[in-house]
Design a protein around this ligand. Structure first.
Ligand SMILES: [Zn+2]
Length: 527
């Protein structure tokens, strides 16, 4: 826009009528330019710009002839000039992670109950379905078998969990409430053997979150809570309501929140397995969108291969990417035009982004933009047909050679528009020129993907979760969210049911054992 709001406020009738003819003409042309730009901006939607689908007006449904190339995009990271937003310093997280009320700008609501509010203790109202007495079988010193009659109970705790039951051949969920008793037993050698609930040693970055078998919520119930909160995108209160209404389980929202964080801690060791596969990937899709942690702007990154989906929440910076991929990544990296990706040599650019932008230009009021948009889309369409054909039967001559002359002509077209007065035309022409090789490498290797749809789709679910929950509230919550999202999504890609696997990981880690690997989950699922 050439005229600012302050400029417009000053334009009154008398003043305009009193202008000299030459000045009046100039003002008229400026106003026409501004009007066109405003109209184009009004007509922008997810089909013809980088706007996300949720910004579309509800009555505007996608045309049924819409091609597959219109996957959602949540941010517009193409602009290579866009400043990093990671310069913000991290603010200390609020002390309690329990409540889910979104933060208000400039007026942070206090988390949790007010001081003095009566607490909610758990009254033991559920009957005990089973009692487990944990008696050591052999002496830890001499190895002799121990006589269970000498066992002295010293303490115990209750575990609330769910199990899948069979009734008349049909599956159902049953709640179990079990009592676990621990104690000591003396051996004839004089050694006193103790039984204690399993526990995981302290791990850095999870200092305030213990992980042991003493917890009230059993591993399968914890897995269900993660499913409701993350996969089904329910708030802590809705999860609480569901458990109460359908299973008669009463848990506080802070217990629910703690279960989710603990599950995040439990799966943390699996991240290494995922990162290793990402680093060795032949083909990797990457994308990023904004994320909020208690009002602090962060980025949710996704890295996706055919068998691994990894989410990281952090800054939007070169270091973030380098930490994951290392300085050397030899696979093909499909991404948008964000400049940090340009450090990597084997890059691919998503054509769907470009098609959307070119469509936006075709609908512009500027004749140059309309013409350029049309030419871009015709050119991409022609290449796409050739690529699809080459995938079916490899051509005798490489497509790079077949289209060499036309590619050179297209480059000249982009050069002609690189300084266009129409901003979006100029931006698109420059985007092509800046990433020239990354756009056309697919001509040489037609089996490579044309779009980054997989990565965009992998972000979509969690973007909706972010919109519902307003993001996360603490560093620990953010970490747990990314870890659990990675495991859940990777399981889904590998056709493994995430929930029994997650329950198993939680159970083993509470005992202090290593997390069963994702590869082992795949083996057991295929049995
Ligand atoms: Zn002994």
């Amino acid at each position: 826009m050439k005229l600012s709001e302050t400029d417009l406020r000053q334009l009154n009738k008398d003043w305009v009528l009193g202008l000299q003819p030459a000045h009046k003409d100039r003002l008229l042309l400026t106003l026409i330019d501004d009007l066109r730009e405003a109209r184009e901006s009004l007509a922008a939607n997810s089909n013809n710009s980088s706007r996300p689908p949720r910004s579309d007006v509800p009555w505007l449904s996608a045309s049924p002839t819409e091609p597959q190339t219109t996957a959602p995009q949540e941010s517009s990271p193409e602009d290579e000039n866009k400043a990093d937003t990671d310069a913000k310093t991290k603010k200390p997280a609020p002390s309690s992670p329990s409540a889910q009320t979104p933060p208000q700008a400039g007026n942070k609501p206090k988390v949790g109950h007010q001081v003095g509010t009566p607490g909610h203790g758990r009254a033991l109202t559920l009957p005990v379905s089973a009692t487990h007495v944990h008696i050591p079988s052999h002496c830890a010193v001499c190895g002799e078998a121990l006589d269970a009659n000498n066992f002295h109970a010293q303490g115990g705790h209750y575990v609330l969990d769910i199990i899948i039951t069979q009734h008349l051949g049909l599956e159902g969920i049953s709640v179990i409430h079990e009592k676990h008793i621990y104690g000591e037993i003396a051996c004839t050698c004089g050694h006193l053997n103790h039984s204690v609930p399993g526990s995981c040693p302290d791990e850095s970055s999870w200092e305030k979150l213990s992980m042991n078998e003493r917890g009230l919520v059993g591993p399968v119930l914890a897995s269900l809570i993660v499913c409701l909160a993350q996969r089904m995108r329910q708030t802590r209160r809705q999860t609480q309501e569901f458990l109460h209404d359908w299973l008669g389980i009463d848990l506080s929202t802070s217990t629910i929140n703690r279960c989710i964080h603990e599950a995040g801690r439990a799966v943390e060791p699996l991240e290494e397995e995922l990162v290793k596969e990402i680093k060795e990937a032949v083909q990797l899709g990457a994308d990023e969108t904004t994320w909020k942690e208690w009002g602090l702007l962060l980025w949710l990154w996704v890295f996706i291969t055919p068998t691994v989906c990894l989410y990281l929440i952090g800054n939007r910076s070169k270091e973030q990417l380098a930490n994951l991929l290392g300085e050397q990544f030899n696979g093909w990296l499909m991404s948008d035009g964000y400049r940090v990706y340009r450090e990597y040599k084997n890059r691919l650019r998503c054509w769907a982004h470009i098609t959307r932008k070119a469509r936006g230009l075709e609908e512009a009021f500027n004749a140059e933009a309309v013409d350029f948009g049309k030419q871009v889309n015709q050119w991409l369409e022609k290449l796409m047909q050739a690529i699809y054909k080459a995938r079916e039967s490899p051509p005798q001559i490489c497509l790079t050679i077949t289209f060499a002359a036309e590619l050179a002509a297209f480059k000249q077209l982009c050069e002609r528009h690189r300084d266009s007065e129409h901003e979006k035309t100029r931006a698109l022409a420059r985007e092509f020129l800046l990433d020239w090789d990354a756009f056309w490498v697919v001509l040489k290797y037609p089996y490579l993907p044309l779009t980054n749809n997989e990565a965009e789709r992998a972000l979509r679910h969690w973007v909706i979760a972010r919109l519902i929950s307003q993001g996360t509230r603490t560093e620990q919550g953010t970490r747990a969210f990314g870890l659990l999202a990675s495991v859940i999504e990777t399981c889904r890609m590998r056709k493994i049911l995430p929930w029994p696997y997650l329950a198993k990981v939680i159970a083993e880690r509470r005992k202090g054992n290593p997390a069963p690997s994702l590869a082992s989950a795949a083996i057991s699922a295929s049995k």
